[in-house]
Write a protein that binds this ligand. Structure first.
Ligand code: C5P
Length: 223
């Protein structure tokens, strides 16, 4: 049995992409596999936490012992997450939420006609920003996937969304992209510290992310 150091914690994890429908056949989404978020949810459960996983569409099996809530769009993910904030002590937002969705969903399949088609998109709610506004003494962990200016952009997210920690992934590096079982990340904290994690398995990285979240939680409870 793993060390039960997260017993008493109620951890809400989001994972996977969101899928925004254009019509009954097509959608806008991204390459997120959900592997990082699922790894965090499984590890938290093994270490004694009560875990709720809110997952966008992935190919992964529901993890044992974890309440898994399946959602499709960012709007659905927002509702599922906001309904569970009050009951959580730590929130890890590993999901790759689509920033935009089609402005309107066509009830029927869009027909092929003109040579060009313009798809109008509107902004999705930023779930993590909303969480930042209501977080209280919860530990809030966000993710940042970037192809350039990784640390600068991650730092902006940390401050702008009122997070305790950001897991910043340089998705341009081999071994850190989508669908792979490994990751390379930098962990950024409110006090300005940046912790560099080298290439490692997503299970191993999940363990470190939870170690740090647990430390932040203890610090928060003391302060
Ligand atoms: O701003 P950006 O989308 O790069 O931030 C990434 C972080 O914000 C991730 O933790 C992601 O889950 C979260 N996010 C969100 N709602 C959005 C967009 C991103 O919760 N609409």
């Amino acid at each position: 049995l793993a060390r039960q150091d997260l017993a008493g914690e109620r951890i809400l994890v989001t994972a996977g992409p969101t899928l925004e429908e254009i019509d009954p056949v097509r959608f806008v989404s991204n390459h997120s596999s959900g592997k990082m978020g699922y790894a965090i949810a499984r590890a938290a459960r093994r270490r004694g936490a009560e875990v709720v996983l809110v997952a966008g569409p992935t190919c992964l099996d529901d993890p044992w012992g974890i309440e898994t809530v399946h959602v499709c769009s960012a709007a659905e993910m927002r509702d599922a997450v906001m309904a569970r904030v009050a009951a959580s002590t730590v929130i890890v937002k590993a999901a790759a939420v689509a920033d935009y969705r089609p402005k309107s969903r066509s009830a029927g399949k869009i027909k092929k006609s003109a040579d060009a088609l313009v798809l109008e998109l509107e902004k999705n709610p930023d779930i993590l920003s909303e969480l930042g506004g209501v977080k209280g003494d919860r530990v809030l962990v966000g993710f940042a996937a970037e192809t350039c200016e990784l640390v600068e952009n991650a730092r902006k997210k940390l401050a702008g969304k009122n997070l305790d920690m950001v897991v910043a992934n340089d998705i341009g590096q081999p071994g850190a992209g989508f669908h792979v079982d490994t990751n390379i990340a930098k962990l950024l904290y409110r006090d300005g510290r940046v912790e560099e994690l080298s290439l490692m398995g997503k299970d191993e990285m999940a363990a470190i992310i939870l170690d740090r979240a647990a430390e932040l939680r203890k610090l928060g409870m003391r302060g």
